[in-house]
Design a binder for this molecule. Structure first.
Ligand code: SF4
Ligand code: SF4
Length: 512
């Protein structure tokens, strides 16, 4: 893996450009080298897809730039195994891609790997080819879907409105059902999907991990440098493991927490799985901020994980089972909204209608549930803050907000956290270069594809640090773990907090 590759650099010029992009995507980016797009594809002997560059090739209309037209030899190939019949990526969605290549330079996997097949356009070509039996669904081809972070930057960028989110979420379960994985891959995935989405299963593992950290074994293991060489994925897990504290062993919230002052709303709160185990103070701060702003907070004890991890990795049945359980946990509670403070979870909770589309008993319930889900930043801006805010530092405090992909691209929430933070007296907000580029966390991506994730993590931290901010704020636990790891590796001692923790301090009148 070489150094971070800035290919055909096109970046968000500033946050205001980014906001504008929702209405006028074309005008919000600087595109360099549109003509540099790969224009020709072929299967190599190893049957993986490769690119060849044709620098002088002009942009072509969709029909002319069709994959098969460009690769006539493919029509001579015998029929191959394509997607199965269960919700393959829809051909009409694939056909909306005009192959313009605008999305390439905002795609993190393309920027690191530099291969067309690891870009949105390349993956759409690949889906098209598999749909038409011009390419097989097998490890050599599905690896290019595995390298996708699911960050959805391409959805924000695409001027043609291609719904890549729907395409990749239809493709991942196909890969899980139809493509055999290596033993190592199966083991790590079994571990992740049987442990991480279940806080009650994960919690007992925290005991040995607590002693692993407290007895200095983690430091020793890291100092030998052996783990990354022998088990790179286990090393990736270890590298983002936060400090286990006593709070990790209990939930500790009553079922109902009354509003302070006049009750304006009654809201449910999702605790998350990673959030409740490793970021308990964020959940506590969320409860305090909501109650201080007139919300009665209901926290059902029987809630589990939201299903984001299995859903983002195509573990369809597991995601469906978890979604049903979450819906039941929050049923009949007479809530105005269900609040979530983690970006990735919020995106999945809002997708329940899609996740349960084939379940006649839950489809309507799932759609109704998703309608009530609000990210905490989104909710607070909608209802307005009523609690008084105070400075959280002596003098001015420069902070930088890190956009989590599942907020900015997945839920189109980027202005709201900034609006809330700017209400805190004494805070100055700085904007990093490439604000909308993924940090490499992407759920469990940094455990499954650690090399790509590390390149992205290093670059993200460099951009955040270069703002000169004294504090970084991030609204997603995965991003926070990834950023903390790379801050430590860089030897930077900058605080990292959730925006809601800063609001909480401000309401309490406490200093950082
Ligand atoms: S996904 Fe959109 S931006 Fe990317 S190549 Fe297709 S049409 Fe162009
Ligand atoms: S979701 Fe992200 S990583 Fe995947 S193709 Fe789109 S921009 Fe690239």
């Amino acid at each position: 893996m070489g150094s971070f590759s800035f290919l055909n650099v096109a970046r968000f010029e500033s946050f205001s450009d980014l906001t504008e992009s929702k209405n006028s995507p074309k005008s919000s980016f600087v595109f360099c080298g549109m003509g540099d797009r790969p224009s020709n594809f072929s299967f190599s002997d190893s049957e993986t897809m490769q690119t060849t560059e044709n620098l002088s090739s002009p942009l072509k209309p969709a029909k002319e730039s069709h994959f098969l037209t460009q690769n006539p030899h493919l029509s001579e190939l015998p029929p191959t195994q394509g997607f199965d019949a269960k919700h393959p990526p829809k051909q009409e969605l694939i056909d909306t891609c005009v192959h313009c290549g605008f999305c390439l330079s905002t795609c993190p996997s393309y920027r690191v790997l530099g291969t067309e097949m690891d870009s949105p356009r390349g993956r759409i070509y690949l889906m098209d080819a598999i749909n038409k039996s011009e390419a097989e669904l097998k490890p050599a081809t599905s690896q290019h879907f595995d390298t996708c972070l699911g960050c959805l930057a391409c959805v924000t960028t695409c001027p043609s409105g291609v719904q890549y989110d729907k395409l990749i979420s239809a493709t991942r379960p196909q890969v899980e059902r139809n493509v055999p994985r290596t033993l190592g891959d199966r083991l790590i995935r079994t571990l992740i999907f049987n442990l991480f989405p279940y806080p009650n299963r994960l919690r007992p593992f925290l005991v040995p991990l607590f002693f692993y950290q407290q007895l200095g074994l983690q430091k020793f293991a890291r100092s030998t440098g052996l783990l990354p060489k022998i088990f790179p994925r286990l090393a990736a897990m270890d590298s983002i493991l936060p400090e286990i504290v006593l709070d990790s062993f209990q939930d500790g919230f009553p079922d109902v927490i009354p509003a302070k002052g006049e009750k304006r709303y009654r809201v449910g709160m999702i605790l998350g799985c990673v959030q409740r185990l490793f970021f308990h103070p964020v959940n506590e701060a969320t409860v305090r901020v909501l109650t201080a702003n007139g919300c009665e907070v209901v926290i059902p004890k029987n809630q589990g994980c939201c299903g984001a991890l299995p859903a983002h990795q195509g573990q369809e049945k597991q995601a469906q089972a978890i979604a049903r359980q979450t819906i039941e946990s929050f049923a009949n509670l007479d809530l105005d909204a269900v609040i979530i403070n983690a970006a990735g979870c919020g995106h999945t909770l809002k997708e329940y209608g899609h996740i349960l589309q084939d379940d006649p008993h839950y489809k309507t319930k799932a759609e109704a549930f998703s309608q009530t889900v609000k990210d905490v930043n989104e909710f607070l801006v909608e209802v307005g803050l009523t609690a008084e805010l105070h400075p959280i530092s002596e003098g001015e405090l420069a902070i930088v907000y890190q956009d989590a992909c599942h907020l900015i691209h997945g839920q189109k929430i980027s202005a709201q956290p900034r609006q809330l933070l700017q209400q805190i007296p004494g805070i100055t907000l700085r904007e990093p270069v490439d604000a909308a580029l993924c940090c490499g966390s992407a759920g469990v991506y940094n455990m499954l594809q650690p090399e790509v994730a590390d390149e992205l993590g290093q670059q993200k931290v460099e951009n955040l640090v270069n703002t000169g901010a004294q504090l970084i704020t991030s609204a997603n636990p995965g991003c926070s773990l990834q950023i903390k790891k790379h801050l430590d590796l860089k030897g930077e001692d900058i605080s990292l907090k959730h925006p809601i923790e800063l609001l909480d301090l401000s309401i309490q009148g406490r200093k950082i």
